[in-house]
Design a protein around this ligand. Structure first.
Ligand code: SAH
Ligand code: CA
Length: 242
């Protein structure tokens, strides 16, 4: 019988060359031009020039949106709009995205692309702290007359903001996203820092590292969702709501 350590997959993409091969053959050729432009614009961001969603993870998210016929979605953490634009390009013309971020300036960096792509009508950008916005949405729903019909009104959610409260977002999302809907969390492998000795991890990375460790443990035990951790980009966890 194979020992446990032998049966643990070591993953394929150890070599930068293999990674580059994947990008050059599969990811970049199929990445919409406007998303390339967003990456370019983001590279001029004064402090966070590499914060957008990884293109290969974006490609998987786009596939999920199509596979599950997503029409209504919610995004927490918009930044310059890479994940927002890829989502808006995939949902139908009468689809809707509620997109929440504290930072309007970053959103406005990508806004010319949103206008050019003719997808602005699908987007409701809310400048706010995400948790208070989500609670407002949930309150509105519970006050409305058709309370139960309105719960679970989103087909999909992408969570990519402050990692400290992913668990709180998760509880709200389980109410907002329909049964059989999908919730995706970004950065769940936190720059590979879980495989480093603690003393080698930069101080600035440590707080979120700890929060994500706790979140991953929590999700692994959460029987309300089916989950898969996908080691693309900085790690995305896909949850399917039971
Ligand atoms: N999904 C984006 C990247 C998001 S980066 C892309 O593909 O480009 C994380 C974003 O979360 C930042 O823009 C930051 O302003 C936002 N953010 C951080 N804390 C937040 C909070 N409490 N509420 C709302 N947005 C928050
Ligand atoms: Ca991210």
């Amino acid at each position: 019988m194979a020992s446990l350590s032998n049966s643990i997959s070591k993953g394929l993409l150890h070599s930068p060359e293999l990674y580059e091969y994947m990008f050059e053959t599969v990811v970049y050729p199929r990445e919409p031009e406007l998303l390339k432009v967003i990456r370019l614009i983001t590279s001029n961001h004064p402090s966070w020039c590499l914060m957008e969603t990884a293109p290969e993870a974006g490609q998987l998210i786009a596939l999920l949106l199509k596979l599950t016929n997503v029409k209504k979605t919610i995004e927490i953490g918009v930044f310059t709009g890479y994940s927002l634009v890829l989502t808006a390009l995939k949902i139908p013309d009468d689809g809707k995205i509620i997109a929440i971020d504290l930072d309007r300036d970053a959103y406005e960096m990508g806004l010319p692309i949103i206008k050019k792509a003719n997808i602005e009508h699908k987007i409701n950008f809310i400048q706010s702290s995400a948790l208070s916005s989500l609670d407002e949405i949930l309150n509105e729903i519970s006050k409305s007359k058709v309370t139960n019909d309105n719960r679970g009104r989103f087909d999909f959610a992408f969570i990519d903001a402050d990692k400290v409260i992913y668990q709180k977002y998760h509880e709200r999302m389980l109410e907002l996203v329909k049964v059989g809907g999908i919730i995706v969390y970004d950065n769940t492998l936190w720059f590979g820092t879980f495989a480093m000795q603690e003393e080698c991890v930069k101080e600035t990375m440590k707080p979120n590292r700890q929060h994500i460790i706790e979140f991953n443990k929590f999700l692994a035990a959460d029987t309300r969702v089916q989950i898969s951790e996908v080691p693309m980009g900085d790690g995305i966890t896909i949850c399917w709501g039971l």
